[in-house]
Design a protein. Structure first.
Lengths: 479, 95, 494
């Protein structure tokens, strides 16, 4: 545990790939997973003589993100070159924004143990992603794939306003949720379309000055971010307590060992030599342009939450949890449209679906089944075709091998027995095997009924209609 | 401004260029010479002038977000000094 | 009739009247290349066979009416920093010795769209950095007027090939005078268009905010014809300007009455060779005779502009040339064990000394601690230069200056002192800094018979004005007729 006399100070630089159809400076597609170097052209391969042309959607999406995070939009903006050599950066400069980012001075609210806390957003700027270096598993060396080079990114830089790894997680979850809601990024962390550079420093509580910070780049899971912050804070405190000094440096977090390592040669101090990109012209945004985007901003989580409270009579906690992720929230709304039972859908999503997500350590956007499949499952329970116990099994199956729930229960033979004759047969058999229970019931021990129903369920492997079983036992016992 | 030997070596490193021992003095001399001349910009009467980014003051030139696939993907890799499985091969990089 | 002595508009007339055929034109030029290239060395990649084959095909297509472009079958030479798909584009550098561009520059699409014939890729200073072609990795081009002198640069191959009648015209590129100065040295016409008039897409960048492609031709009318082909908005180049097309051949009125010519006296100062000065003074008098009003005025920005030019051009170049890292194309060292060595050795071995010098200067002025003193200041000076030109163009239609302080110098005499070499660009660079159009036309020869160039500078997108002014002077003085005689013609020296 962190020493109580210290405080952690955390700032995040979140990189989100924008979900435009094409790259930021050329017309190549941005889809993930294409064969190496097939989504490339002279521009993103930095062929001599090729020139960038800015994708209008990138500006629009960045402005959307800025408005959704309460930023001021910069009316006179421009692109700048950030110069450094790396094999995944084909031009040896990244087109980014230096002193005139599109958005500045925003903030979002996160919650910490029920209390609201505001995290400042310094700036949001647009830039291009780099390519990918692949380890050559069949031979020596590394291999450069430039499909990702030029995919548009926004970088969201926070103020150093977070004080715990939990804060950082909450902040990142909130950013992710907002970006999903406004549909500017699909935020698939496992594909690297949302990643964060984490800056950590520590200081004695009450100190005015910040400590020296270290940076961990390209973190793409909540779990590693939390672990890395906690580890790094402890490490820094230990260094300081032992009379050492923290060096400002870039670290690499290793998830396997759970440690941070120094990354760059210290002799190679970076000097990015930023200067205005002469191949592009200035960006000027009119009030009208900005207002138009503001007007058309999709519903944000806060307002959805309110709607869930009022329209669907969900509880505060349910509404909050459902709206935390846009995928979850959309799944809720779409399922609801089909089956009409808000409470049931909410219950399933927040209990069993959430439990499975936790077990599998995956995010809602990785849920493999559709809203229709979930809704159908719920309707099958309502119709009495399956019990809720079977429902849970169907859900597990939907995670493994998603298809029409009716097909699942048919194939697995999970259809509920609601045939009166068949139920009667089971009831008679159980009664015949358990004379003692009959006696107990008649002596006023109501619990005996539960036992009998349980036996019948066991006999039918959970498929018997529990209500019919109950009724029929009562009827027989009262005879 | 006087340029030092260390500085020119640092600059060469930033630019990813080697300077041979015998080249350093020549480059240093030339750089110093040119900079001495270039220093006249510091006396230019520009106090309240904006910085020009380019020759023209145009703005807002954008492209529609429409996919166009480059027609000759093969030609993009034909100049590669070394390639493997349609990727550019380089010495091993530990990330 | 010697076909290769003709201008392109003359060739067009002869084609029209069927006095000559498309095939004859290309053949005549190929023959001249075979005759003169060993002396002049203007080509990096001549395309003789290919050109002959194309001429044959185009001739057939024209005959059966498949193509009707007025320039179909006219050959052209291309500076080797303009990308040509399937043909080597070397930038006269070891770095790109074997580089075959995967696409055509926009200007090449336009050239091929007119069914013109590419006769070959022309020599230049490496990556267009230089003023003599002495910095070409491959060869130094000779000035056809005197083979011991340089043709100028960086588009020296283009100017020399036109002057030696090895191509009827050529494309060059101009970042600080690289079209106008070699045109002046070789006694031909060179036009640097307004920044943004011609697409830079596919021009291997030296300094993005200064580079423009332009024509090098035998006369002004040809320059207008070729500008018609290459000018125009291109959505692939954000800095290309979207404005209405002008037919530049229609603006050649052979009349300068009432034209207001400003003579910036700073461009006639002590650094300017006296014979050059005299020649220019004669030209000024001719303009007066032709009815233009001429006035001397002060444009005190030449030194600032030159310093600014070297800061901005080198800064942009240091970044633009970062992509040559030995990974995707270009020279890769044989000598490396890790990535760092691959980068450094490839670049150190692949670039020549002048390119490295400019990369180092450019990296220096952008580096932390110096940015404000140099780059930022230079950008402010750029605004100042623009403003001063704006003021001048409130009063004058055209500014007249020498193109270069001297005529062509002897090979090997000026490469040792870079600063001195840079200072020779004093007349041309401010035009690029302000993004203006400038044309160089021959206005006489010195006592040794070497051509002298006059530069006419126009306001932004006022190509019409400078083309007409140049044309009117040319019609009056007929430089080509006067100096085409045997004793001074290029071939007279071979």
């Amino acid at each position: 545990m962190l020493r109580e006399d210290y405080e952690i100070v955390i700032g995040l630089e979140v990189h989100a790939e924008l979900s435009t159809k094409t790259k930021i400076f050329c017309s190549c597609p941005t889809e993930f997973g294409a064969a190496p170097n097939t989504h490339t052209c002279p521009v993103c391969m930095a062929m001599p003589g090729a020139l960038p042309v800015l994708n209008e959607k990138v500006v629009e999406y960045a402005v959307k993100a800025g408005l959704a995070t309460n930023c001021s939009i910069t009316k006179e903006s421009k692109n700048d070159r950030k110069n450094y050599f790396y094999p995944d950066l084909p031009k040896s400069y990244q087109i980014s924004q230096f002193d005139k980012p599109l958005c500045t001075n925003g903030s979002i609210d996160i919650e910490e143990e029920g209390k609201a806390k505001t995290i400042g957003i310094t700036r949001i700027h647009i830039e291009e992603d780099a390519g990918k270096l692949n380890h050559n598993e069949f031979g020596s060396g590394s291999l450069v794939d430039l499909n990702r080079a030029g995919v548009p990114l926004i970088e969201i830089v926070s103020e150093p306003d977070m004080r715990s790894s939990k804060d950082a997680e909450n902040y990142l979850r909130k950013i992710k949720s907002i970006l999903e809601y406004i549909e500017v990024s699909d935020c698939k962390m496992q594909e690297g379309s949302l990643r964060a550079d984490v800056n950590v420093s520590v200081r004695k509580k009450g100190a005015k000055e910040f400590g020296t910070r270290t940076e961990m780049k390209n973190m793409n899971s909540f779990r590693s971010i939390v672990r890395a912050i906690d580890y790094e804070a402890e490490r820094q405190i230990e260094v300081i307590e032992n009379g050492g000094k923290i060096e400002q440096e870039t670290l690499r977090w290793d998830d396997v060992s759970g440690k941070t390592f120094s990354m760059r040669d210290k002799e190679d101090a970076q000097d990015y030599r930023y200067f205005p990109e002469p191949d592009l012209v200035a960006i000027r945004l009119s009030d009208e342009y900005i207002e138009n985007i503001r007007k058309n901003l999709p519903e944000l989580p806060e307002s959805r939450k309110k709607r869930y409270l009022e329209e669907y009579k969900l509880t505060e906690k349910e509404s909050k949890m459902l709206t935390a992720s846009k995928y979850m929230s959309n799944l809720f709304e779409e399922s609801l449209k089909i089956c009409g039972n808000a409470k049931a859908v909410a219950n399933w999503l927040l209990s069993d679906v959430s439990r499975i997500l936790n077990e599998k350590e995956i995010e809602p956007d990785q849920i493999p089944f559709t809203a229709e499949q979930l809704a159908k499952m719920i309707m099958l329970i309502e119709k009495g075709t399956i019990s809720s116990a079977i429902g849970k099994k169907v859900l597990e199956e939907l995670f493994e091998n998603p298809k029409d729930p009716e097909k699942i229960i048919e194939e697995k033979g999970w259809i509920q027995i609601s045939d009166e004759g068949a139920i009667k047969e089971v009831v008679m058999k159980i009664l015949g095997n358990n004379p003692q229970s009959i006696a107990d019931f008649k002596a006023g021990k109501d619990r005996a009924l539960g036992f009998l129903v349980g036996q019948a369920m066991k006999e039918t492997k959970g498929k018997a209609n529990p209500k019919m079983l109950n009724d029929m036992f009562l009827e027989e016992l009262k005879k | 401004m006087q340029v030092s030997r260390e500085e020119i070596l640092h600059i060469a490193k930033l630019a990813n260029l080697n300077l041979k021992e015998e080249e350093i003095d020549t480059y240093l001399l030339h750089l110093q010479d040119i900079l001495n001349f270039a220093n006249i910009v510091s006396n230019a009467p520009v106090d309240d002038l904006n910085e020009s980014i380019g020759a023209n003051d145009t703005y807002n030139v954008f492209r529609k977000d429409e996919v166009k696939v480059f027609e000759d993907n093969e030609a993009l890799l034909q100049n590669a000094p070394e390639k493997e499985r349609n990727m550019f091969k380089i010495p091993k990089v530990i990330q | 009739m010697n076909i290769t002595e003709l201008t392109v508009h003359e060739l067009q007339e002869k084609l029209q009247s069927k006095e000559i055929t498309i095939e004859q034109i290309t053949k005549a030029y190929v023959e001249n290349i075979e005759k003169y290239e060993k002396d002049v060395q203007a080509f990096i990649t001549p395309l003789k066979e290919n050109a002959l084959k194309q001429a044959e095909e185009i001739k057939k297509k024209v005959e059966n009416g498949e193509i009707t472009n007025p320039l179909a079958g006219i050959p052209i030479g291309i500076k080797d920093n303009i990308c040509t798909k399937g043909i080597k584009t070397t930038c006269a550098s070891k770095m790109l010795e074997n580089f075959v561009a995967p696409y055509n520059a926009t200007v090449m699409e336009k050239i091929y769209g007119e069914n013109m014939i590419n006769l070959g890729k022309l020599n230049m200073d490496e990556f267009a950095m230089g003023a003599s072609t002495e910095y070409s990795y491959f060869q130094t081009t000779r000035n056809p007027w005197n083979l011991n002198t340089v043709p100028g640069g960086s588009s020296g191959g283009s100017a020399a090939a036109v002057a030696a009648n090895m191509v009827p015209w050529a494309l060059g590129s101009d970042t600080g005078g690289s079209i106008r100065q070699p045109a002046s040295f070789c006694g031909v016409v060179g036009l640097k268009p307004t920044y943004g008039l011609v697409s830079r897409y596919g021009l291997v960048a030296f300094a993005s905010s200064l580079d423009q492609i332009g024509p090098i031709t035998k006369d002004v009318k040809d320059a207008a014809i070729l500008l018609n082909v290459i000018a125009g908005h291109d959505e692939k180049d954000t800095t290309s300007v979207n404005k209405e097309k002008v037919d530049y051949t229609k603006v050649l009125k052979n009349d300068v009455k009432g034209l207001k010519i400003g003579i910036p006296k700073e461009y006639f100062g002590e650094g300017i060779n006296s014979e050059v000065k005299q020649s220019l003074e004669k030209a000024i008098n001719i303009y007066k005779e032709l009815g233009a009003t001429v006035e001397e005025f002060s444009l005190n920005i030449a030194d600032y502009a030159l310093a600014t030019y070297y800061i901005i051009a080198c800064a942009e170049a240091s970044s633009n040339l970062g992509r040559f890292d030995g990974i995707r194309y270009g020279y890769r060292t044989a000598n490396y064990s890790d990535l760092k060595e691959l980068f450094r050795n490839s670049r150190s071995e692949g670039f020549g000394a002048e390119v490295k010098r400019r990369i180092i200067l450019g990296t220096y002025v952008l580096s932390s601690g110096y940015y404000d003193a140099y780059y930022k200041k230079a950008q402010q000076v750029r605004t100042l230069v623009k403003k001063e030109f704006d003021k001048a163009f409130e009063k004058y239609d055209v500014l007249l200056t020498p193109t270069s302080p001297t005529v062509a110098f002897e090979i090997g005499t000026r490469s040792n002192n870079p600063l001195e070499m840079y200072l020779a660009d004093i007349c041309t660079v401010s035009v690029n800094i302000a993004g203006l159009p400038g044309i160089s036309i021959p206005c006489g020869v010195d006592s040794k018979g070497m051509p002298i160039g006059m530069q006419l500078i126009g306001n932004k997108f006022a190509e019409e004005t400078i083309l007409n002014a140049a044309y009117t002077y040319e019609q009056k003085c007929r430089f080509r007729d006067v100096f085409k005689s045997d004793n001074v013609s290029p071939k007279g020296h071979m």
